[in-house]
Design a protein around this ligand. Structure first.
Ligand code: GLY
Length: 394
């Protein structure tokens, strides 16, 4: 193809994953172009930003837990470096911890099982009675039966994280090409860049596919390289917290709270700027992002049981985003069946949490030819009928 932009690495998709890959790769000396109509405005605009690998642990997902802990552990340094590299933009990172609570006896039994599983894995979690939970968070309903405190599960503001990554990329010399990918370019059975919808032809040595829920849809992908990614809709509400007045005025909520409410799962994330994020539904509806009365009702119904005072707060925003789900709920990181096409997608519920570790892992792959050990279990090869070509470095 004729070429308008020539780059070492093209990142298709400028959500926080694509931007972190671009920033980290540019820091290592490669020329990088990101192709996205609106960089920094992916699923991170809806996400609550909980950094909770231990609280959100699911049975059978121990490798994902290790990846999540690796990312959580480097978050403080990552955001400090990002704030400096972006010229001083804050990411709203808060080391607040997470309390997971149960409402009725069945919910308590479920949480007890999870706590036992966490302990078998040697994770640091503390079981609290209902009274102890309310001592930490006095706005919790009297019905709360108990819970676990995970001191190292924190939060970040996904929107501010996106803005900081855009600025850091620009300052690191990344080209942000504001258009959508019309088609992947393939030359001699290798990925060779993309053609943008505005007609720009971008020739690249390596192409990173970081298009979130759209990663399986890119035109031009050969069938053997198609990634098993599907959208999983999540509706999320944003409220404004007010300080609870009394002899000692206190914040409405001090830390992340997850809850099992009569078998349904919700979470509430209080930001330092007074925003309270309440999520989330989990719906297999394709690419639909309609906010529905039923979705909002279910979230508020469960939140009211958990935190009765929530009905007094102003409702500022309703929104729906698409999580890029995969068959095993884990991300796709590394070489695909098409040489020179690398996956950085499929982060499902953990995109914000896994941003630092993904940026580092893909930048390492692009510059050394190898993935670091914590990322190695997540290559797309695990879903392939045959081995992909693993050669990615030149
Ligand atoms: N990690 C929270 C969610 O996906 O809703």
């Amino acid at each position: 193809m004729g070429t308008d932009i020539r780059t070492d690495v093209l990142v298709v998709g400028g959500g926080i994953i694509g931007l972190a890959v671009a920033w980290r790769t540019a820091q290592r000396g490669l020329s990088v172009t990101v192709l996205d109509p609106d960089p920094g405005h992916g699923a991170n605009q809806v996400a609550a930003g909980m950094l909770a690998p231990v609280t959100e642990l699911q049975y059978g997902e121990e490798p994902l837990l290790r990846l999540g802990i690796a990312s959580n552990t480097r978050y403080a340094d990552f955001v400090a470096e990002l704030t400096e590299a972006s010229g001083g933009l804050s990411t709203g990172y808060r080391r607040c911890g997470t309390l997971a609570v149960a409402l009725d006896a069945d919910d308590r039994a479920e949480l007890r099982e999870v706590h036992a599983f966490q302990q078998r894995l040697g994770l640091t979690t503390e079981w609290l009675t209902g009274r102890e939970c309310r001592r930490l968070e006095p706005m919790l309903a009297p019905d709360v039966r108990g819970g676990t405190l995970v001191a190292e599960d924190h939060q970040v503001d996904g929107r501010r994280l996106g803005a900081a990554l855009v600025a850091a990329c620009e300052r690191a010399g990344v080209t942000l090409h504001r258009s959508r990918a019309a088609t992947l370019a393939v030359t001699g059975d290798r990925a060779a860049g993309a053609v943008a919808e505005d007609g720009t032809r971008i020739a690249a040595g390596r192409t990173v596919l970081a298009a979130g829920s759209w990663s399986g849809e890119l035109p031009g992908l050969p069938p053997e390289a198609r990634l098993p990614v599907r959208p999983v809709k999540g509706q999320v509400l944003r409220l404004r917290m007010e300080t609870v007045q009394g002899p000692l005025p206190m914040p409405f909520l001090s830390r992340n709270v997850r809850a099992v409410v009569r078998g349904c799962h919700i979470y509430v994330v209080p930001r330092e700027n007074g925003e309270l994020v309440l999520g989330a539904t989990s719906e297999e509806q394709g690419f639909d992002t309609t906010v529905t009365a039923g979705g909002v009702y279910e979230l508020l119904r469960d939140a009211r049981e958990l935190l009765p005072g929530i009905t007094e707060l102003p409702l500022a925003e309703t929104n729906a985003g698409l999580r890029p789900g995969t068959p095993d709920n884990a991300p796709l990181l590394g070489p695909t069946a098409l040489p020179d096409l690398i996956a950085a997608t499929g982060h499902y519920r953990n995109g914000v949490l896994l941003t630092p570790v993904t940026g580092d892992a893909i930048a390492e792959l692009l510059t050394t030819g190898s993935l670091p050990p914590e990322a190695a279990p997540f290559t797309p090869e695990r879903f392939a009928a045959h081995r992909p070509v693993l050669e990615t470095s030149r």
